[in-house]
Design a protein around this ligand. Structure first.
Ligand SMILES: Cc1cc2nc3c(=O)[nH]c(=O)nc-3n(C[C@H](O)[C@H](O)[C@H](O)COP(=O)(O)OP(=O)(O)OC[C@H]3O[C@@H](n4cnc5c(N)ncnc54)[C@H](O)[C@@H]3O)c2cc1C
Length: 184
């Protein structure tokens, strides 16, 4: 049954307000990569979350209509999760298929038939552990079989806040006001 027009307008405005509130949550930016036997498909995701240390699990929430959703539902193999660094915004745009993104030749690293983004800050080779209904998204939880990261001093993440990319800002003092002392 069609919704009355006034209810539709209210629902739309509610959805916009929900989106606006969500934009305040700053995140890193990841790319999911999967090889379907013929080609590599990638999707930019800010929903990457660490879930568990033992076993080592990470999750991503993926929009239901879409190629990546189809591929992850069907996946019984491995997929990659790469955490982008601050100079990889063009890669995020490319795998989000943003209208202004230009075709780029993205370099990949391979491990056991699984692609990840070369030069990323950290990468995880995952096998699907479980999936959960998340409304218009599905939450895919993957078990990390292998991982790596760049721990060099100048390694910094790409950040996503209010639909814009950012670099890390100033490090703040601890909650008790004391200066942070690097333990290393
Ligand atoms: C910084 C950033 C973070 C992002 N984080 C996330 C995230 O965490 N999760 C997420 O899901 N997306 C996220 N996106 C958006 C996502 O990267 C893009 O929508 C991407 O193009 C989806 O790739 P895909 O291969 O799944 O979908 P594609 O097949 O490329 O389709 C693109 C979009 O078109 C629509 N579409 C496709 N097929 C259909 C269909 N049959 N019916 C109706 N609509 C359809 C869907 O909205 C789909 O997401 C993010 C984008 C950016 C820039």
């Amino acid at each position: 049954m069609d919704q009355p027009r006034s209810a539709f307008v209210a629902a739309t405005s509610e959805a916009q307000q929900f989106r606006r509130a969500l934009r305040h949550f700053a995140t890193g930016v990841s790319v999911i990569t999967i090889f379907d036997g013929a080609e590599v498909h990638g999707m930019t995701a800010s929903s990457f979350t660490s879930v568990s240390l033992d076993p080592p699990l990470c999750s991503v929430a993926v929009n239901k209509p879409g190629r990546m959703h189809e591929l992850l539902l069907a996946a019984d193999g491995h997929y990659g999760l790469s955490i982008l660094r601050n100079d990889q915004g063009h890669i995020a745009d490319y795998f989000a298929r943003r209208p202004w993104s230009v075709p780029i030749d993205v370099k990949l690293d391979w491990s056991d038939g699984c692609p990840t983004i070369a030069g990323s800050l950290a990468w995880f080779r995952c096998v699907k552990w479980s999936e959960y209904d998340g409304g218009d998204h599905t939450i895919f939880v993957g078990r990390a079989l292998d991982h790596g990261d760049d721990d060099s001093d100048d390694a910094a993440p790409l950040l996503w806040h209010k639909s814009q990319y950012h670099d890390l800002g100033t490090q703040l003092a601890r909650g008790d006001g004391k200066a942070v002392v690097d333990p290393h």
